[in-house]
Design a protein around this ligand. Structure first.
Ligand code: FMN
Length: 340
């Protein structure tokens, strides 16, 4: 059993990982090992999310659901159109048709909120932005504890003033998308995760969850000693037996050809960290434009994965990826909590 205090009865959180890795099996396995797992609502239909929530509820109530907050910022249509032209070589390579550029979409935001309001999970976390105060108070009234993901002191200040129950502090070493929402072009936090914890502690008394680059038991206990109430790990679970990570992604994590991670906008139009591959190198000038670029590259990514070509797939991973183990979640959790 992983200990915990305050609002978390465990101090180890298995991160929400949209796009496949988060499964009901992973969330249940986390709960059974004394950790807290999150379902990832991002990219899913409401029906698929409802099915996953029901599946988890057969075994546990100790879980959370994570939502992408839609971004209403205008995007540069000219830059998007130019990027679509650039991607024609990829379309030929993988023999797919690029779709026309889509308009903004909100990832079924209100339908997902309605579902969570009707069947409140113990925890709801947000990334890519903050919910409105109306949405926040509705969820809290229904009994959910609400976490906001932040990447800077300024974002932590806003989330604290809004009245969320806890903050997930995401360091840029994290795998997957950056949760940044105030300034998408801002230079990411350049200090350590412990430095981020310290900076946010000076302006917020909320429970803090440390995330990003935590990959072994020493880093877990170090973050807790540095004042985090819990830690949230994603990459460490990408190769877990219960994760839904694609085969091409799992094997790339073990492939010495991919020797480091990089931040990129090439796959989705939003900064994210993944194993540096050909696609990232060849499209280093990709513009900002989420979710339009996510939709634009969707077929390309699927075709590359189907062809087993890891060089055309978004291989999200944090800087600690070489420590990720192929094992059951119970084994991974036991190892990570060895020093707490
Ligand atoms: C494959 C993948 C998908 C992710 N998807 C989400 C997501 O849907 N929502 C979210 O809030 N964070 C997501 N994240 C980020 C994690 O919540 C967390 O911040 C990150 O994994 C922590 O860093 P680490 O990967 O070094 O452990 C994702 C991370 C990965 C690796």
């Amino acid at each position: 059993m992983v200990g915990g205090s305050g609002m978390f009865d465990s101090n180890l959180i298995v991160a929400p990982m949209a796009g496949g890795p988060s499964t009901p099996e992973l969330v249940v396995a986390a709960a059974e090992s004394g950790a807290i797992g999150f379902l990832a609502a991002g990219y899913k239909s409401v029906d698929a999310l409802a099915t996953q929530i029901s599946a988890v509820r057969q075994s546990t109530e100790n879980f959370g659901v994570n939502l992408f907050v839609p971004d209403q910022r205008p995007v540069d249509q000219g830059a998007l159109a130019a990027y679509r032209v650039e991607l024609q070589t990829e379309a030929s390579r993988y023999r797919v048709e690029l779709p026309e550029l889509a308009g903004p979409d909100d990832d079924a935001w209100s339908e997902k909120l309605d579902l969570l309001t009707a069947q409140p999970p113990r925890f709801v976390s947000f990334t890519f932005g903050l919910p409105s105060s109306r949405v926040l108070s509705t969820l809290q009234r229904q009994g959910s504890l609400v976490l906001a993901t932040v990447t800077s002191a300024e974002e932590a200040q806003q989330a604290t003033e809004l009245g969320v129950d806890a903050l997930v502090l995401q360091h840029p070493d994290a795998g997957g998308h950056s949760a940044a929402f105030l300034d998408l072009e801002a230079t990411p936090w350049s200090g350590s995760l412990h430095g981020l914890l310290k900076a946010v502690r000076q302006l917020s008394s909320l429970p803090l969850v440390a995330a990003g680059g935590i990959a072994d038991s020493a880093a877990v206990s170090g973050s807790l000693q540095a004042g985090a109430s819990a830690v949230q790990l994603g990459t460490a679970f990408l190769k877990a037996k219960e994760a839904g990570t694609k085969e091409v992604h799992r094997s790339a994590l073990d492939d010495r050809r991919f020797g480091r991670t990089a931040r990129t906008r090439a796959f989705s139009g939003r900064w994210a960290r993944g194993l540096e591959n050909r696609f990232i190198r060849e499209h280093s000038g990709a513009p900002s434009g989420y979710p339009q670029i996510h939709h634009l590259t969707s077929e390309l990514r699927s075709a590359a994965a189907a062809q087993g070509d890891a060089d055309g797939v978004n291989l999200w991973a944090g800087t600690g990826y070489s420590l990720a183990r192929t094992a059951t979640s119970a084994e991974i959790i036991a190892e990570l909590s060895r020093q707490i």
